[in-house]
Design a protein around this ligand. Structure first.
Ligand SMILES: [Zn+2]
Length: 345
């Protein structure tokens, strides 16, 4: 069996060598305070069981919180299949709460430059997919509007690249999911066929994750809730109801019903341990800190949800090390800012 953990460590190491190349050159004499931010995790969760191999991918688009929050709930579920879950594929964009902080990641699967800040995540995703070789891959999104009302909207849909592709009966499976999921949905889902390979209308889909998967003989679908649903819970509910029908179709037993009945996006309030020179400070609310001269700052630890992290305000989120005079750190649970730490030089 493939050792993901080992590979991820190797990849991370490679990434940091590469990452240091894109940081500004700091050859001048030291002036000011210096901070080292933690590496953004690329988390995957493998529930190794007998049965069908299912790969769930959330968060390719950072401002689609229904998708990555629903994927995150799957991590805690009891699912009787061999399931790999990557809930936050594009964590930088999730923290920034934008579609693509470094451009649209879902257009980079056909080709990505080594200089692209998304290179590491896209390569890890591709490698995980090819190594895991799932029987079914689902990429989760929140699209604009309601596809059953407006032809050009993507919200509330199951997206397929073709009616059939190779021996994959994509429409037939999507139809099963749509028909059964709609019994439980106030805002019904419909099927969108992008005709990725048989027409040129959606040429961009050839560069997207599902198009790339199909070319590599992996059966793949997108499921989309709507960005315009009244609440985050409604978006998560739409995703879980569609996923339950995929589980039914593949005869996968799980306790997803419990999660659908009671959608609990339980939150742990984040706390941060800062190391300033050799002193440690545990912080859990908005705080001002007067720094000593030429301070060295590190984030020693972040406690909270799986999506808890620290980002520097007004600084390029791809940077990990830099000098500053004054700096504000935002402590976030995914898109949501919980408090700020003001570092004053
Ligand atoms: Zn999306």
């Amino acid at each position: 069996m493939y050792n993901y953990k080992k590979r991820l460590l190797i990849e991370k190491k490679k990434f940091f060598n590469y990452s240091s190349l894109i940081l500004p050159t700091l050859s001048f004499a030291r002036s000011g305070n210096h901070i080292i931010l933690p590496k953004k995790p690329f988390e995957y969760f493998h529930k190794k069981r007998e049965g069908k191999r299912i790969l769930i991918i959330g968060g390719i688009h950072g401002n689609e919180m229904g998708a990555y929050k629903a994927a995150d709930l799957l991590v805690d579920m009891d699912i009787k299949a061999d399931v790999l879950i990557i809930p936050r594929s594009n964590f930088t964009s999730i923290l920034a709460d934008v579609r693509g902080y470094n451009g649209d990641m879902n257009r980079k699967f056909d080709y990505i430059s080594k200089k692209d800040p998304d290179f590491y995540c896209v390569e890890l995703l591709k490698e995980a997919i090819l190594d895991f070789k799932p029987d079914l891959l689902i990429s989760m999104h929140d699209g604009y509007g309601f596809s059953s009302k407006y032809r050009h909207s993507w919200g509330q849909s199951v997206v397929i690249d073709e009616i059939e592709y190779k021996n994959f009966k994509l429409f037939k499976e999507a139809e099963f999911v749509k028909k059964n999921a709609n019994k439980y949905l106030k805002w019904p889902v419909s099927i969108i066929n992008t005709k990725t390979f048989s027409s040129t209308i959606h040429n961009e889909q050839k560069k997207a994750l599902t198009g790339w998967c199909l070319k590599n003989n992996i059966k793949a679908f997108c499921i989309e809730a709507s960005k315009q649903l009244p609440s985050l819970k409604d978006k998560v509910y739409t995703h879980l109801v569609m996923l339950r029908e995929f589980f039914n179709l593949y005869n996968i037993k799980s306790n997803i019903d419990e999660y659908i009945k009671n959608i609990d996006l339980k939150e742990i309030f984040p706390s941060v341990k800062l190391k300033i020179n050799n002193q440690f400070y545990r912080i859990n609310k908005t705080t001002k800190i007067k720094l000593p001269l030429n301070a060295d700052i590190e984030i020693a630890d972040i406690k909270g949800n799986r999506g808890s992290f620290v980002v520097p305000k007004g600084i390029n989120l791809n940077w990990r090390k830099f000098y500053f005079k004054n700096l504000t750190l935002e402590v976030k649970n995914d898109f949501e800012k919980k408090y700020e730490i003001h570092l004053k030089g």
